[in-house]
Design a protein around this ligand. Structure first.
Ligand SMILES: *Cc1c(COP(=O)(O)O)cnc(C)c1O
Length: 406
């Protein structure tokens, strides 16, 4: 049977303490025991179903862990207070002083800054490579390398990582392949293609209502147990714990993820095709012009499409800013970072989410100053949105008016 993450989520069943259709929220940081012996066993992690302290585990977080593991097809998962709160302990668990990471050079700005500026303090070095070139990836591996790191669809350039190809390289060199799948939940299941660890920022599509930050690490039972070990686990000891009230709320939003992803993907493909036809430099993995279109087409579950993220090039930073301000004024979306909201969000990554990346490196990787990143919303009538956006583009001179467009 074909792996379908949405069906796996649907097949889960939870009840509340009083038969409620939603699981009860555990609103406690600490838990009582009838016997001192059980308390000791729980601390050691040897008492199934018992809770000691909510940084270790809480019933609400375990529900969301289970749903995330079902979605990614991993043995288990561990939710965290933010996406960075999932990424940083995962990498610190896998690497210590003297170790080396090979990472995609086009990754989330915070992850880039962590690997470039922060982990060297602990003796962990990272080589940044063009992840679309498997020969360059393999050439960057040294005897000290422990981890291959990438995003399925990269932020903000929307480059696609050949996860199966990378998994083969990881196996060959005995490395762990860690994949940030934030841009492509449901569409892509990296663990099914050989990734060892799959990470999400729940802040984005999975929660989808831009009201909280959150994250998750999905992996084997062995790795998650190591992350949560009371003596040596990076998640346990650094403490990026998600609050139970929040995990219960993310869990409720998760129920509509499959419907939302279909609409995000439908709307983004619609706009990307139109904008490209109008002559705008448009990047979207669903376009035949995307360098990895064929690869990505074979990686995704077509039900959920090519995702809701696209970029256009407005030509200059000034034009990009002018266009974004006008689109916001016309209520076509918000000039805001982040993604996965019901409303379209747009920002210029060069001066915002990717500003951690030095200018010369931005230029080298093709991150132009006029680049606008769109997280396309759930608009009901996308043709209407298109017409209104086009008007803004013509008015700001981003689109040159041609006779047929009038
Ligand atoms: C937002 C984001 C992160 C970081 O997540 P937070 O929840 O903001 O900590 C990591 N990776 C990607 C691809 C993201 O978009």
């Amino acid at each position: 049977m074909e792996f379908n993450p949405a069906d796996n989520i649907q097949d889960l069943q939870y009840f509340g303490e009083f038969g409620g259709v939603n699981p009860s929220i555990s609103d406690s940081s600490t838990y009582t025991f009838l016997s001192a012996k059980t308390m000791f066993d729980t601390f050691e992690g040897n008492a199934e179903g018992c809770y000691l302290y909510s940084r270790h585990s809480s019933p609400s977080n375990l529900y969301l862990d289970k749903a995330m593991a079902a979605m990614e097809g991993t043995e288990t998962a561990n939710v965290s207070a933010s996406g960075m709160g999932a990424i940083t302990p995962t990498l610190l668990q896998l690497c210590g002083s003297g170790d080396h990471i090979v990472s995609s050079r086009t990754i989330y700005g915070g992850t880039y800054a962590f690997l470039k500026n922060f982990t060297p303090r602990f003796g962990i070095k990272t080589s940044f490579v063009d992840i679309t070139k498997l020969d360059l990836v393999e050439a960057a591996i040294t005897p000290e390398t422990k981890v291959l790191y990438c995003e399925t669809v990269s932020n903000p350039l929307l480059e696609v990582a050949d996860i199966a190809g990378l998994a083969k390289i990881a196996k060959k060199h005995n490395l762990k392949l860690v994949v940030d799948n934030t841009f492509s939940p449901l569409s892509v299941a990296p663990a099914k293609m050989g990734a060892d660890v799959v990470i999400h920022s729940l802040t984005k599509y999975i929660n989808g209502s831009s009201d909280t930050v959150g994250g998750v690490t999905c992996a084997s039972r062995e790795f998650i147990d190591a992350l949560k070990n009371v003596n040596s686990g990076a998640s346990m000891l650094l403490g990026p714990t998600m609050d139970s009230l929040r995990s219960a709320s993310v869990m409720k939003n998760l129920r509509t993820l499959h419907i939302r992803m279909k609409q995000h993907s439908y709307n983004a493909l619609f706009l990307a095709e139109r904008f490209e036809k109008d002559g705008l430099k448009t990047v979207y993995p669903g376009l035949k012009s995307h360098p990895s279109h064929e690869l990505y087409k074979n990686m995704i579950n077509p039900e959920y499409g090519f995702g809701g993220m696209m970029t256009i090039d407005a030509g200059s930073a000034d034009k990009a800013n002018e266009l974004m301000e006008l689109m916001q004024q016309k209520n076509l979306g918000y000039l805001a970072v982040s993604l996965g909201f019901y409303k379209t969000l747009f920002s210029a990554p060069g001066s915002s989410t990717s500003s951690e990346i030095p200018m010369d490196e931005q230029i080298e990787m093709g991150l132009t100053e006029g680049l606008i990143r769109f997280s396309i919303g759930l608009d009901n009538d996308i043709e209407r949105t298109y017409q209104m956006m086009k008007k803004c583009m013509v008015e700001t001179g981003v689109l040159k008016m041609s006779a047929e467009m009038v």
